[in-house]
Design a protein around this ligand. Sequence first.
Ligand code: BGC
Length: 380
Amino acid sequence: MNIRTLVPCAFVAFCACSHAPVMQSSSVAGVSQSDFGKTADGNSVELYTLTNAQGLKASILTYGALVTKLEVPDRNGKLGDIVLGFDNLEGYLAGHPYFGATIGRVANRIAKGKFTLDGKTYSLAINNGPNHLHGGLAGFDKRVWKAEPIASSEGPAVKFSYRSPDGEEGYPGNLDVSVVYTLTAQNELKIQYAATTDQATPVNLTNHSYFNLAGGGDILGHDLTIHARRFTPVDETLIPTGKLQSVKNSPMDFTKPHQIGERIAQLKGNPEKGNPGGYDHNYVLNSGTGELAPAVRVREPNSGRVMEIFTTEPGVQFYSGNFLDGTLKGKGGVVYQKHAGFCLETDHFPDSVNQPKFPSIILRPGKTYTQTTIHKFSVE
Ligand code: BGC
């Protein structure tokens, strides 16, 4: 991390030993900013930190518009960081499984990276076995976004913007995307996405934070409720078969709270085909109206932390960190083992472009794509 040159020398001498980033408060209350280094091609990356009146903190990078830190209190009021990530930019640049990142242009998989739109077939970058995953080789998670603190009556907020050019990763049309992160006075991290295009194109944005409400260890003891009676079963390359299947009488059923680890061993996957098993499924949310509605509740019994998720989206991909394998060293030198974190990616269903019965993800010129997801934190 670079210390800003305008910092007085005496202060630099005082803090040099800690290598702490020098935070600069912006003109917007509760928003501060610091340098976070440069990408290989010399683009400066900045870190924005939002702090609300109760002291919750969310730190977001212009690289990938990604959440690096989310500090929320436990039942004793002690703040803890509940997302996986790295201490410095090098960690993010070295490659990682989308920690905290904004995912686009299309989240999750597109079978064989192909789709047909208005009679024309498009071929996308292939980056996951035979398929296209999370926007391709260099999706939105690997782009440097513009950031602008914004004055919002709800709490400190930063807007990230990015223009995805026509043809990027094989997608048609110039797409102008924005993501606004707000830390509200009600202890919510609110994420609002918007996009417009100059040609018809698929769009499906989400956030890929890996949560661990205990702040460490594995996530198998978290109690999870998902407001979904159905899910979309997948083939061995994790592409939906097109069916909507009931969760009833199966380890997929989280309509009532269950520990994540309780039945996870029953989901064996297909290790020979590279699927290590565990949860990696899209749930069909009961609401499905496009209005903001409750999707998920997670509770970690030891810390007492609770996270509720509300979304406008029809689905949520529940991924139990199955591919984490102890090869990545994250914040504070902690090694991320299997199930060190879980993702709850609110979005449209995987491979929607090739599934006529799934809700459409096609955005046309003149229309605006929007999605809102709220993560609300409390204790019990
Ligand atoms: C997918 C997983 C994938 C992970 C990337 C999740 O959204 O569902 O299959 O491995 O992202 O690390």
